[in-house]
Design a protein around this ligand. Structure first.
Ligand code: DNO
Length: 346
């Protein structure tokens, strides 16, 4: 297990100095943020990020994310050239020593929450999701600013995109994902990079857009699309765990050798398709974080791991889910669990 921490680049209020002071963190998880989805990242930008991390004693071995442009998910005539650009990024990142690339295949929207600062009794606040609130929003009407919404969409652009997705079905999305993987996975193999798809968050279709990386049955299908080690998973407990039908302890064990990256966080279910994010330890949420870590450990998990969204605590006011303090507590909790599980098993 290699502990990592997400870093949003030079603009991130959570600095490399701060990250380097968190016990057990070895590598940053980052990306080149000034190239739009579909573009090729310059070797200079990749090298500069690696150098900045190294200056703080940190590696740069995990990228989150190389975003997949919508045209690839739509499988339209622009897809082949964009897939080639994607492959070029995989090659360049491999050359620079990156070992794992996280990406997702969610149409239009990345992760969704209905509330950014749900207050808790102890004065902290965290992200929350309530399906009714989300469904009452209309993305085509605009005015939305939530963490998963891509702020670069104009209202016109978003309407146009939603229109292009009107005929999209789950089966077509599977088909387009397969075409993407068939091109990218052999390149990843050559480049020494593991690809790690992020589950859909929440793991069900939303606004009429299909989502497919959602449950055990679909993960089985995904891994067989291209049945090679480099075609792997980001095991995000908060995303998959939003659906109580997902047995995360079982899944962690079953997929351990294809999980290249683990995002570990806890959530508390408060109703049907309703939850809020909590502190990482098992006792605060609905997920058995100890059981998940043990299943990973006992099944030989050897990938990267990071604490995931944190609450805002101690007066911090940062990027939703990505402040310093609670994620740092999460990292040390997870490393502590791992040490205890590991020593206890000897
Ligand atoms: C949210 C993140 C996601 C993730 C992407 C991966 O906190 O886990 O935005 O980075 O879905 O492509």
């Amino acid at each position: 297990m290699k502990m990592t921490f997400r870093y949003y680049g030079a603009d991130d209020p959570v600095t490399l100095t701060a990250i380097s002071q968190i016990p057990t963190v070895r590598s940053i998880v980052s990306a080149i943020y000034d190239v739009p989805a579909g573009g090729v990242w310059s070797r200079e930008s990749i090298a500069a990020l690696k150098k900045a991390a190294a200056a703080h004693g940190l590696a740069f071995e995990v990228v989150e994310s190389v975003p997949v442009p919508e045209d690839i998910k739509l499988g339209n005539e622009k897809a082949p050239a964009l897939i080639e650009n994607y492959c070029e990024n995989v090659r360049r990142l491999g050359e620079a020593g990156v070992k794992c690339i996280c990406y997702n295949f969610m149409p239009v929207f990345d992760w969704l929450r209905s509330e950014l600062h749900r207050p808790a009794a102890d004065g902290s606040n965290s992200l929350a999701y309530d399906e009714q609130t989300v469904l009452a929003m209309n993305p085509a009407k605009g005015g939305l600013s939530l963490p998963g919404w891509d702020e670069s969409y104009t209202l016109e652009g978003l309407r146009d995109l939603l229109k292009q997705y009107e005929a999209m079905t789950e089966e077509k999305l599977w088909h387009n994902l397969q075409a993407f993987l068939e091109a990218v996975i052999p390149v990843a193999h050559e480049a020494g990079v593991n690809m790690a798809i992020h589950p859909d968050d929440p793991p069900w279709g939303i606004f009429g857009l299909p989502r497919i990386i959602t449950c055990e049955k679909n993960l089985d299908r995904f891994l067989k699309l291209v049945d090679r080690k480099e075609n792997g998973l980001t095991f995000c407990t908060g995303s998959l765990g939003a659906d109580p039908a997902n047995d995360l302890v079982k899944m962690a064990g079953k997929y351990a050798d294809r999980i290249h990256f683990a995002h570990i966080r806890n959530i508390k279910h408060t109703g049907e398709r309703q939850f809020h994010e909590t502190a990482h330890p098992t006792e605060y949420g609905s997920l058995d974080i100890y059981g998940i870590m043990k299943a990973l450990h006992d099944n030989g998990f050897d990938g990267y791991i990071r604490p995931d969204h944190g609450r805002m605590i101690w007066g911090e006011d940062g990027r939703p889910g990505y402040g310093l303090y609670d994620r740092a507590l999460g990292a040390t909790y997870l490393s502590g669990l791992w040490e205890a599980i590991n020593k206890g098993s000897k």
